[in-house]
Design a protein around this ligand. Sequence first.
Ligand code: SF4
Length: 708
Amino acid sequence: DSGAGGEATGTTCPYCGVGCGVELRRDGEAVTLRGDRDHPANFGRLCVKGSALAETLGVQGRLTRPRVDGRETDWDSALDAVAERLGAIAEGSGPQAIAGYLSGQLLTEDYYVANKLFKGFLGTPHLDTNSRLCMASAVAAYKRTLGADAVPCNYEDLEEAELVVLVGSNLAWNHPVLYQRLRLAKTRNPLMRVVVIDPRVTDSCEIADLYLGLRPGSDALLFNGLLAWMAHRQRLDEVYLKRHVDGAEETIAAALDEASDIEAVAAACDLDAERLETFYYWFATQLHVVTLYSQGVNQSTSGTDKCQAILNCHLAGGKIGLPGAGPFSITGQPNAMGGREVGGLANQLAAHMDYHTPGAIERLTRFWSTEALVPRLPREPGHKAVELFQAVERGDIQALWIMATNPLVSLPDADRVRRAIERCPLVIVSECMADTDLVELADIVLPASGWSEKDGTVTNSERRISRQRGLLPPPGEARHDWWILCRVAERLGFGEAFAYDHPCEIFDEHARLSGLDNQGRRAFDISGLAGLSRVEYDDLAPIQWPVTASAPRGTARLFESGRFYTESGRARLWPVSARAPRQATDADFPLRLNSGRVRDQWHTMTRTARASRLMNHRSEPFVEVHRDDAEALGLCDQGLARIRSRSGEMRARVRVSAAQRRGEVFVPIHWTPRFSHSPLAGSLFAPDVDPLSGQPETKHGAVAVTPL
Ligand code: SF4
């Protein structure tokens, strides 16, 4: 669109998993934006982060030239160096010595090419993503229960529900536009109820009819108690269970065994039994219930089981596949879902096919024409994020290519991650910003294009694929991630398979692969979008997958027919029992540590710190402490404190807060030493992970806090 007001394009916000549509306009040097009124995720709304996006653009601080061994160079030399060094390590130590670490900030097309190059052509399974830190537990539970990583609901379901339960989700801060939609829906429908289940009193509680400030880690017990309560009072949907669900008998028996006594459940969850029963009654007596959960549930050593306990209750009550009903995992990042679609997690192969999916390896070998290649496609899953960096530390991984993320900040046991990266013989970093602490450790640095410059697609939390469109030129010599990957692939001798001229061609291949031998067996199918012309791709309107010949306009809600993606077509309940967080508090580290985002910052702040108004909300790292704890520890509000754990320490401003439970403290995840004089919050957490999902436990640490 170009006209009197300059050039304009419709794109998608690069921050959270709500995936809001944005209209971006450029008039000479001036760039302005507003919410896209036609985008079904936000209908014109933007939160404060999204509305400040134009203030975060500009060349200042950007990486504009490739660097090899600390010296700036041209693209040919940098790409030659990447290919030569990767090739030498693959030849000397085998493909398993190579690893990639991706990001939910990448576009689906970038992700697809990276997955194809690493798994299909380099032959290494060790390709994982920072999405592992965000929603891997939700994915594992969906797959185990529904037969696929398939989010049943959409945003309208939040508006149509009679009861919305927020578990481990501060929607008001982390998914603000979705929160605004929920708030408005509640105003319009006074009968709608909202329950917030969270150890902290957050801003999301402003719309709560009931708040349950549970003991951290007791979520699975709380939902097992709900299942038992429903069973006792004949509130299960026996017809639905009989028709569509396996495993109900043993799962319900286990819940009855563990959690029949509501007084005992309430005591273990540190809740008032009457309030807990009110929640149970509301959930059991309403059909249209959406349970929305996020990192507070996922980031735990029992994250998969916590998600499972929620799914068990929804399936046992038949509250799924209906308007306003379902278990709804909300993703943190803009394209965590797109990464899952292409197979960007180390336990996935491609296009919702896992290593154990019958025929998947043969199908993919044929599709990518890799029959003659040595090494072949890997046969076993690779290392998940935390174990991947442990493999780097051991020396098993000798070449590591990190794109669009900074594991030094986001992974637990951050100091050890730094030591591992320092020891790695070859570290390649694709990055937009010039002076991050990760860039300093890289042997080869590749300048990548960023939001407003690149073209492709992202998928939001409700399975909606939206276009990100470029309007501004990348600064200096920055290039698109897919372009960089393809040029390396060429130099490694794989040019024919990576001869893309435009992301449209990559999207087409991705769409065709999703439909290959599918016939409804795999949830992710966008074969209906294969063969788009470049114009059609450019004009692609937001659409929810599956998109197939029989559903050409997409699919708003899954499981309406009661058929699931398991082999039997029936959902599968699993008995779970509550487990305490791995790090126990003790006399030396008596406080339970929680962590999370703040409203106006994003991840490592490389972008949001450029907009001064976003610093007004919280301008420095802080630790929130209950008043009684502050008094006992000699901490004053606005004073400074040292927070220590067994693995690290940080310094932060004290905020005495009534929102905090006694014995528990909260720190934000964003600040790096670049923006504060404190070491990282990530250094405080141990690298404990959920055994099924590999997601690290970054909501539960054990710390001591002392005045500074
Ligand atoms: Fe961007 Fe999320 Fe805010 Fe929407 S809610 S504008 S996607 S940060």
